[in-house]
Write a protein that binds this ligand. Structure first.
Ligand code: TXE
Length: 480
């Protein structure tokens, strides 16, 4: 059985404990590889390697750094099929989706940030004939990058690319549920000639490896994407050490549909924004709010198309939804469906575990589920389910829609469907979400800031924001 190895100081090495954890293929419910059960000691060695590599990497000319990162992007493109396959087997998502979205985006992340440092200018301010202030930005040093399981290589590279481009060195940890693409990525880093110690990948459990990275005094900056509860633990650990933190957490995103929308587009995109990646995207619109005059028509059509979605073997090109990431997560999703029933919800379609045949007979599949009849404040509408489960609710006025949309502790994203331009702007300004889509979903220029409001996170990633995050500003004031 294949054994994943840590990537430390430029080499692939076994964990110090020599212990391994099972890596399960969720479509089959079977162990298909092993990953290091690393601990504090592995993190210690990795941080030392990152510290030692930092001066040379930070001082390397931009062009040379960029060339290595671009080479990694080229290698990702070369290995697209292999990486997409690994992403699908690890995570349960349709191979088609990994091939079209996850892996191309991982390559785009590397490519986008590779040359970013070359296009950044520093600021200077003249104090009315008295002094000139100028700002320099230098890399912060060793950073910790901790990523989740839902878009494994996509989110892993989303953190690593700007960190390395800014001149930092990193100790990174992918989710223990989806380690395979990070392992393949480490081999590409070696092939591309990334100097030893610039990127170190330590695999293992969050409470052990992740916590050790966050606690390490030499890791000054943490970029984390994952659950809100974990984010709180990380914030509490990091705060007394005054670490720089970027926390990308959960969402309970509203998808607001006004009666004057382009009906066909609104329904078709809402199907994607509800069920893509089995609903395991923090940006999925899990609360669909529909203007009352359109409610019955929308609900009927949406439920009809949800029933038509093919849930199946992720490697089958016809499958629209694959398996949920783990048995534990599947049970959590199913428990929310039970909760919705006790809260008075009506299951319009789905609502159960699906038993497939053949090699997927023991996989973790849940049918796409639509629930109606719930109020805004019930737990089903307040807590992140992170699966193929959406609720649909009617609203009567624009004000009511805004009130419903803002009525959770989350504030990651929102979508508005209307052909009324004024209303689109008016409503978007009143929504407390970090990103708002009008008549579209999941479109985003990598130059724009990305992140959530309220309990969806702290800090912004993307574009120049990420470069700023991984650097420290210094003001030099010169008397003239
Ligand atoms: O995430 P965790 P989990 C949400 C979603 C999901 C829930 C839990 O609702 O059901 O979070 O998922 C590492 N110190 N999202 O349990 O635990 C962990 O090993 C440092 C939303 O998988 O937050 C993994 O690498 N690190 C989300 C990473 O944190 C720790 C995507 C995320 O794991 C740690 C995923 C600790 N104490 C889940 N404990 C999104 N917003 O996209 C764990 N980790």
């Amino acid at each position: 059985m294949q054994q994943i190895l840590n990537y430390v100081n430029g080499r692939l090495v076994a964990p110090i404990s020599s212990s391994y954890l099972d890596n399960i293929n969720p479509a089959e419910g079977k162990v298909y590889s092993l990953l290091p059960d690393s601990d504090l000691r592995d993190v210690e060695v990795a941080v030392k390697a990152a510290e030692a590599a930092f001066p040379l990497w930070a001082a390397m000319p931009f062009e040379k750094r960029a060339a290595i990162l671009l080479k990694i992007a080229d290698l990702i493109d070369r290995d697209l099929e292999k990486l997409a396959w690994a992403e699908s087997v690890d995570q349960g998502k349709p191979l088609k989706l990994a091939r079209a979205v996850d892996i191309p985006r991982a390559s785009a992340n590397m490519r986008f940030y590779a040359t970013a440092s070359m296009h950044v200018s520093s600021e200077s301010h003249l104090m009315e004939g008295e002094a000139i202030n100028y700002t320099t930005r230098t890399p912060v040093g060793v950073v910790g990058c901790i990523s989740p399981w839902n878009l494994p290589l996509y989110l892993f590279t989303w953190k690593i690319a700007p960190a390395l481009a800014a001149g930092c060195t990193a100790v990174a940890k992918p989710s223990e549920l989806t380690p395979m693409t990070a392992f393949l990525f480490s081999k590409l880093c070696i092939e591309a000639g990334l100097p030893a110690g610039v990127l170190n990948i330590v695999y293992g459990l969050g409470g052990k490896v992740g916590q050790a990275i966050v606690e390490h005094p030499k890791v000054s900056t943490i970029s984390f994407t994952g659950g809100t509860v974990t984010g709180k633990t990380i914030a509490a650990t990091a705060a007394p050490m005054f670490k720089k933190l970027s926390l990308e957490l959960g969402g309970k995103n509203p998808n607001i549909i006004f009666a004057d929308c382009d009906f066909e587009q609104a329904v078709a995109t809402s199907i994607s924004s509800s069920f893509s990646n089995q609903g395991e995207i923090c940006l999925c619109g899990s609360r669909i709010l529909v203007e009352r005059s359109l409610y019955d028509r929308f609900k009927t059509e949406f439920v009809k198309r949800t029933r038509e979605l093919v849930v199946g073997d992720p490697l089958d090109e016809k499958s629209k939804l694959g398996a949920l990431v783990s048995e534990g997560h599947m049970k959590k999703v199913l428990s929310y469906i039970e909760l919705a029933k006790t809260e008075g919800g009506k299951i319009e379609c789905g609502g159960e575990q699906l038993k497939l045949s053949g090699r997927c007979v023991d996989g973790y599949f849940v049918s796409p589920t639509v629930i109606t009849g719930l109020n805004q404040l019930c737990r089903t509408n307040q807590e992140e389910i992170f699966g193929p489960v959406v609720t649909i609710m009617p609203f009567d006025t624009e004000e009511e829609a805004i009130g419903f949309a803002n009525a959770t502790t989350y504030g990651l994203s929102a979508t508005i469907w209307t052909e009324n331009l004024k209303r689109a702007h008016r409503v978007s300004h009143q929504l407390k979400s970090g990103i708002i889509w009008i008549n579209c979903w999941l479109l985003r220029d990598l130059r724009t800031p990305f992140g959530g409001m309220k309990q969806s996170g702290v800090g912004r990633e993307g574009g120049w924001e990420a470069m700023k995050f991984f650097t420290e500003a210094k003001n030099v004031c010169v008397k003239i």
